[in-house]
Design a protein around this ligand. Structure first.
Ligand SMILES: *[C@@H]1O[C@H](CO)[C@@H](O)[C@H](O)[C@H]1NC(C)=O
Ligand SMILES: *[C@@H]1O[C@H](CO)[C@@H](O)[C@H](O)[C@H]1NC(C)=O
Ligand SMILES: *[C@@H]1O[C@H](CO)[C@@H](O)[C@H](O)[C@H]1NC(C)=O
Ligand SMILES: *[C@@H]1O[C@H](CO)[C@@H](O)[C@H](O)[C@H]1NC(C)=O
Ligand SMILES: *[C@@H]1O[C@H](CO)[C@@H](O)[C@H](O)[C@H]1NC(C)=O
Ligand SMILES: [Ca+2]
Length: 349
C-alpha cells in the first residue's frame, strides 16, 4: 500500500533485533486500571480511523463512565496537519462535543517528510464535499506545550494515545524529561513486529522515523505500550460485511457519519482492520481485548534501505523499554464496537 524511497544519511549503525526471542510471555496486565479519575488525550492525524477512535472514546466517556477526553492534539499522516485540524472540528461537531479543546501540533517530521497516503480520501474523511462545519478555535498553545501542561495538571492520571506520526510526543518527551513519568500511561499505535508478512515499515512509524526512535529511546515498560499494526492485522482482521452490514447499520448520527468517512476506503478492502479503533479498544478495556503482551527492546532502523523497520527484541521487563501488545481478541473487540456505537439507542429505548 505504501511505497517508500530509500534514504541514507549520516547515521549510527543499529543492529536488527532477533525478533522472536523472548524470555517471558506473561499474559494479562492490570497495569492500567480504568478509572473515572483518568483523563484521556488523543494525538491523531485526522483520518477516518482516527475519527472512529475519537468517537469510541467520547461514547465510552458518556455511556460507560470512561475517562474524560480532555483534549485532542493534531499531527499529520493520513492528511496534512491543517486538514487534520479541520477534521477534528468536524468530528467533534458530529459527536456534539465542541467543548473538547484542540491543540494544534507539528505539521512536519523532525527531519524527513513523506507524502500522506490519502487512504481515506483526499480530505481523510471520505471526500464528502457537501459537509461543512462551524469552526472551533484552536487553543493558543501548540500541542507540545498543551501535552506538557496537561501532564502537570493531571499528574498521575493522564493517559495519552498516539494515533499518527509521533512528532508531538517526541518533542514533549525531549522538551520536558519528566513528561513521561507524570503520565498514567502512553499508548503508541505505530510500528510492526517484523515478520514474514510484515517486512515493510509501518505507516505511522515511517511518517516520522526519528520521532519514533526518540519515543522508543525514552520509553519505560511501565509507562509505554506499543500497539503494533502487524498484530492488529494478524488477530483482528474483520470481514468487510460485518463492518458494513452489522456495525454500519447502527442507526445513529455518529455511525452514519463514520460510514461516510470510510466511504473511500471500505469498497477497496475485503477485510476491515484499522489500527486506531483497535488501539482505542485496548485503552478502553485492556483486559478484555489483550490476550498477550511481551516486553521488548523496541526501536526503529534509521539508516539505509531498512529505514522505518522496527526492531523488537523480546526480553525480560528489566531489559525492555516498552510493553508490546502481541495478541488481541477479535470477538470482544467487535462486541465493544457494537456496544459503544449503539449505546445511545439503548439509552433512549
Ligand atoms: C536481545 O537482547 C538480549 C538481552 O539483552 C541480548 O543478549 C541479545 O544480544 C539481543 N539480541 C539482539 C539481536 O539484539
Ligand atoms: C508461554 O508460552 C508457551 C508456549 O507458547 C505456553 O505453553 C505457555 O503456556 C505460556 N505461558 C503463559 C504464562 O502464558
Ligand atoms: C480548513 O478550513 C478552513 C476554514 O474553513 C479553510 O479555509 C481551509 O482551506 C481548510 N484547510 C484544508 C486543508 O482543507
Ligand atoms: C454527504 O453529506 C451530506 C450531509 O451530511 C449527506 O446528506 C450526504 O448523504 C453525503 N453524501 C455521501 C455521498 O455520503
Ligand atoms: C536494545 O536494542 C539496541 C539496538 O536496537 C541495542 O543497541 C541494545 O543493546 C539493546 N538493549 C538491550 C538491553 O537488549
Ligand atoms: Ca491515525
Amino acid at each position: 500500500m505504501h511505497l517508500f524511497s530509500v534514504f541514507s544519511c549520516c547515521c549510527v549503525t543499529l543492529s536488527v533485533a532477533d525478533h522472536y526471542q523472548w524470555l517471558s510471555n506473561l499474559t494479562h496486565s492490570n497495569a492500567v486500571p480504568s478509572s473515572v479519575k483518568q483523563k484521556l488525550v488523543i494525538d491523531h492525524d485526522g483520518g477516518a480511523d482516527d475519527a472512529m477512535a475519537i468517537f469510541m472514546a467520547l461514547l465510552n466517556e458518556k455511556y460507560y463512565n470512561g475517562p474524560q477526553v480532555i483534549a485532542l492534539t493534531t499531527t499529520y499522516g493520513n492528511v496534512g496537519e491543517e486538514q487534520a485540524f479541520n477534521n477534528t472540528q468536524r468530528i467533534l461537531t458530529v459527536a456534539d462535543r465542541r467543548d473538547v479543546p484542540i491543540y494544534r501540533g507539528s505539521a512536519k517530521a523532525l527531519i524527513r517528510d513523506y507524502e500522506t497516503d490519502y487512504f481515506f480520501g483526499y480530505d481523510g474523511l471520505g471526500d464528502n464535499i457537501t459537509d461543512t462545519f462551524e469552526p472551533i478555535p484552536a487553543q493558543k498553545d501548540p500541542a507540545v506545550i498543551g501535552l506538557i501542561e496537561l501532564s502537570k495538571k493531571y499528574s498521575g492520571d493522564l493517559v495519552i494515545i498516539a494515533l499518527g506520526a509521533l512528532t508531538n510526543i517526541a518533542l514533549a518527551m525531549r522538551t520536558d524529561p519528566n513528561f513521561l513519568s507524570r503520565l498514567s500511561h502512553l499508548y503508541v499505535a505505530a510500528g510492526h513486529i517484523y515478520g514474514e508478512n510484515f517486512k515493510e515499515a509501518e505507516f505511522n512509524a515511517y511518517m516520522d522515523v526519528e520521532s519514533y526512535y526518540i519515543v522508543a529511546q525514552d520509553s519505560k515498560p511501565d509507562k509505554v505500550t506499543i500497539i503494533p499494526f502487524s498484530q492488529i492485522r494478524t488477530y483482528q482482521s474483520i470481514s468487510n460485511e460485518w463492518r458494513v452490514d452489522v456495525l454500519g447499520s447502527i442507526d445513529t448520527r455518529i455511525m452514519q457519519a463514520q460510514n461516510q468517512f470510510e466511504q473511500k476506503s471500505l469498497p477497496v478492502v475485503r477485510y476491515w482492520s484499522l489500527l486506531d479503533p483497535a488501539a482505542m479498544a485496548i485503552v478502553i478495556n485492556e483486559n478484555l481485548i489483550v490476550e498477550e503482551y511481551r516486553y521488548s527492546n523496541n526501536s526503529i532502523i534509521i539508516c539505509g534501505d531498512q529505514r522505518g523497520i522496527n526492531t523488537n527484541n523480546f526480553t525480560t521487563k528489566n531489559e525492555a523499554n516498552v510493553r508490546a501488545i502481541y495478541k488481541v481478541r477479535k470477538e470482544p473487540y467487535k462486541q465493544m464496537l457494537y456496544d459503544l456505537f449503539s449505546a445511545e439507542l439503548r439509552t433512549y429505548n
